[in-house]
Every structure is written in C-alpha cells, then in structure tokens.
Write a protein that binds this ligand. Sequence first.
Ligand code: NAP
Length: 328
Amino acid sequence: MTSKPRVVVLAALPALGFDLLRPRFDVAAGGPRVDSGWLRKHTPGAAGIVADPSIPVGPELMDAAGTSLKVVSNFGVGYDNIDIEAARARGVRATNTPGVLTNATAELAVALMLAAGRRIAEADAMIRGDSWSGSQENILGRELAGATVGLVGFGRIAQRVAALLAPFEVRLLCSSRSSGPVRDAERLALDDLLAESDFVSLHVPLTPETRHLVDANAFAKMKRGAILVNTSRGAVVDTQALIDALRSGRLAAAGLDVYEDEPHVPPGLCDLPNTVLLPHIGSATAATRDAMARLCAENVIAVIDGQEPPAAAGGRSRRIRASTTAGS
Ligand code: NAP
C-alpha cells in the first residue's frame, strides 16, 4: 500500500479545510505556534504546507520539507509571509485565497471609516467608564457624506469599498501603479490623493515598494484633521510616524486592523483615544473563513495532483475575480 502524501497545516484552518484534506492526505495539524521540535518531526517529506499571513515561510522551512515539497498554500490573500523567490527556485508553488474575502474586508474598511469618523470607540468607552455627562459636545465627529475618500491601491478590495461607499455620497479618489481611467473613482498620483482626501484607506499588498509607503513625509502631505484607515498590512505605514501624526493633530483619527509586528500593538497606539484598534479581523466572518478554507484546500489538492491551482500567488494564476458574497 502506498502511503498518502503528507500535508503540514500550520494555519488555524477551519474544520471544512481539514474535511477536504484528510481523505486525500496524511494531515499533520500543528497550528501557528508549533515549536521547532514539532516541525522537525512532521515537516521532512511533506508535499504541502498550509500557512497563513502570520507564519513566515522561508527557505529553511521549505528545505526542512525537502524535495517532496510541492505547494505552500496560504490561508489568506496577502502572501508577503512567503519567500516567493525561494519557492520558485525550489519548484514549489505558492497559492493564496483571493476574491472570497474581498467583501468581508471591504465591509470592515467601511466600518473603520465610520467608527473613526464618528469616534465610536471613544463614545463607547465614555459610557463604560461612567464619564458621560449627558452632553455630546466633547465627542463631535465627522460624516462620510460630502467627504473625499482616497483609496490607495485599487484592486479587488478597494473596488468593493468603492461600491459599498456609493450611497454615502462621497467623492472617491484612488491611486495605484497602473495608469488610465477607472470606474467609480478619479485616479490621482499618491501625493495628490493624500493632499485632497479627508479619509485615506490603504489597500495595497505589502511589498518592498509599499513598505512604509505612508511615512512622515506622506503624513505631512495629508490634510490637517484627515482620518487614516488601514486594513492592508501594518508595515505599509511607519507606526512611529503615525503615532506622531495622531498626537500632533495632523491626523484626527485612525482605524487600524493590521500592525507592523503582530500580535504586538505598540502602547503608543493603545494610549491614544483617537484610534480604533482591531485584531486583524478583515476576513473573520464564519462564511468567509469557510470559503477561504475551501479555496486553500483546493489549491493544495490541485498542485499535488499535478494540476494548475485555482489561485497561484506570485504568477501563473487563473485569476479569481472579486466576489461580493463569501463562498461565491
Ligand atoms: P489586489 O486585488 O491584488 O489589489 C492590490 C492593489 O494594489 C492593486 O490595485 C495594485 O494595482 C495595487 N498596488 C500594488 N502595488 C502598489 C504600489 N506599489 N503602489 C500603489 N498601488 C499598488 O489585492 P486585494 O485582494 O484587494 O488585497 C489587498 C491587500 O489587502 C492584500 O494584499 C492583503 O495584504 C490585505 N488584506 C488584509 C486583510 C485583513 O484581514 N485585514 C484581508 C484581506 C486582504 P497595480 O498593480 O496597478 O499597482
């Protein structure tokens, strides 16, 4: 009897993912916090590794699996945690889960715009801290209607944000590396977008080019009293420059789902009343996580079967279109 190929699951994969993998593979489920002893025991000879954006997958882990390794399947759309060049050099396919989490993440970006603009966290803390005097004068916020919203990066998630914002009667701007006209927004150079936007929302992948894209210089170009929302990756923003901008009043508020050194969130951000801080929950709805688990498992199965995966990361993909409902 030939043994089944081994798949090492390091991501917190929902049960549906395991249900799809277990009939085909010998699945070693470790979770994101396995120690080196566990990895040494289970990784050699593996055909697949299931990771998530919090798990770095570099040459060392790939070499621990050895030449049997065919696929690193990321449970997430961003794949900045995977060394794509190292994978390519070893003939290992990297895959991700685009499209199925687009709506959930876009809804969260809009929620953060509303929460930061209307100071929802501060207002909630006021009630819980028993410090509401009966007046609202010290908690005045700003509305989306009539505001200019700048979307940095205009891919699947940003375009869904643009669609969700349509009834709010905002002026929509966007910037990305591509040029030419786009639907639903005016495309501007990044500096012009920063100078004109009341709300700036980040939707670029983390790459060497986008690391600290929003730094002290960028904050200096922004309108005084603007609001920053980040659901992309923490390192797209220089955290210290953000804290300085929030302290000085250059920014009125920030709504953040992602941080430079997760799960560590610097006290400088937690101490500020004008931040809304979420623990990286952009795709965290039950339906979306199931859809991601399915796509993640289908990617593993396809590559180990010698087929083109539904969603290859970093090239040669059959591109998955943005979907408005999870699982579709
Ligand atoms: P996508 O469809 O690939 O869109 C990314 C956009 O960024 C593209 O429009 C791309 O356009 C633009 N871009 C890339 N490099 C750029 C640069 N240097 N300067 C300006 N624009 C640039 O990706 P998506 O599905 O919308 O996801 C975007 C990111 O959101 C992911 O990579 C991930 O990091 C993050 N995310 C976070 C969560 C969460 O839980 N918070 C959930 C899902 C996704 P051009 O190529 O034309 O520049």
